[in-house]
Design a binder for this molecule. Structure first.
Ligand SMILES: O=C(O)c1cc(=O)[nH]c(=O)n1[C@@H]1O[C@H](COP(=O)(O)O)[C@@H](O)[C@H]1O
Length: 241
């Protein structure tokens, strides 16, 4: 197992490497600096490459968030999280809507491991708005469901949640500052929102107290990915939480 070199990274940026091949993903990674960002490997890339992509990113010095959003019966979810730990990733996630028993089982599985990634619960996807929740039988605002699932995630012993930056102030009030918030749906000023619904700029996210900002297309589809990464860091560097 090759794990990342755990350089001290102060940057909150996690770059979503959403690519269909290892070649494309690594070409992007090679333009970015492991002291300025971490990498997220999600369903598209991992389905194409399997664990080799993690090894390759670790060799380059990146810490990796394995974003497979496990959501299954407790035993299956826990075992999958355990395998992710054995692969040396920095962070792994499960869907909080899988429930308390599923999340507790995942937490307990990690306790058996020598390497324990951060374990994060996905609340309500940042691509969803009120009408999407109505479509799955939840007649409430996303923030209400995020609050409910954040409380459950904390109770289950996880390290934090994935949510939108719009909900971070509330979560910090409820769960405290040690409970991590990981926020996709980050859009630098002027960039395309795409399929995201609950978005914020990096400055707004920093102001709200976000711990980690997941940014994909605004960096990876830009002609100058490292420039966008650096500018984003500079834009939030001197702000206080
Ligand atoms: O768990 C995630 O990372 C995730 C959760 C969520 O609620 N919304 C969300 O967009 N993501 C991921 O974050 C990334 C966002 O990418 P961009 O929209 O291109 O910035 C994608 O890889 C999504 O799979």
């Amino acid at each position: 197992m090759t794990t990342s070199s755990s350089t001290t990274i102060k940057s909150p940026i996690v770059v979503a490497l959403d690519f269909p091949t290892a070649e494309q993903a690594l070409a992007m990674a090679d333009q970015l600096d492991p002291t300025l960002c971490r990498m997220k490997v999600g369903k598209e890339l991992y389905t194409a490459t399997g664990p080799m992509i993690l090894e390759q990113l670790h060799k380059r010095g990146f810490e990796v968030f394995l974003d497979l959003k496990f959501h299954d019966i407790p035993n299956t979810c826990a075992k999958a999280v355990g395998v992710a730990a054995d692969l040396g990733v920095w962070m792994v996630n499960v869907h909080a809507s899988g429930g308390e028993r599923m999340m507790v089982a995942a937490r307990e599985e990690l306790e058996k491991k020598s390497h324990k990634p951060l374990l994060i619960g996905v609340t309500v996807l940042t691509s969803m708005e009120r009408s999407d929740l109505a479509g799955i039988g939840l007649d409430i605002d996303p923030i209400q469901q995020v609050e409910r699932l954040a409380r459950l995630t904390e109770k289950s012993g996880l390290d934090g949640v994935v949510c939108s930056a719009q909900e971070v102030k509330l979560i910090r009030d409820i769960c405290g500052k040690e409970f991590l918030t990981v926020t996709p749906g980050i859009r630098p000023e002027g960039s395309d929102i795409g399929d995201q619904k609950r978005v914020m700029t990096p400055r707004q996210a920093k102001e709200a107290g976000v711990d980690y900002m997941v940014i994909g297309r605004p960096i990876t589809q830009n002609y100058d990915p490292s420039g966008v990464c650096l500018l984003t860091i500079q834009s939030i560097e001197f702000m206080r939480n």
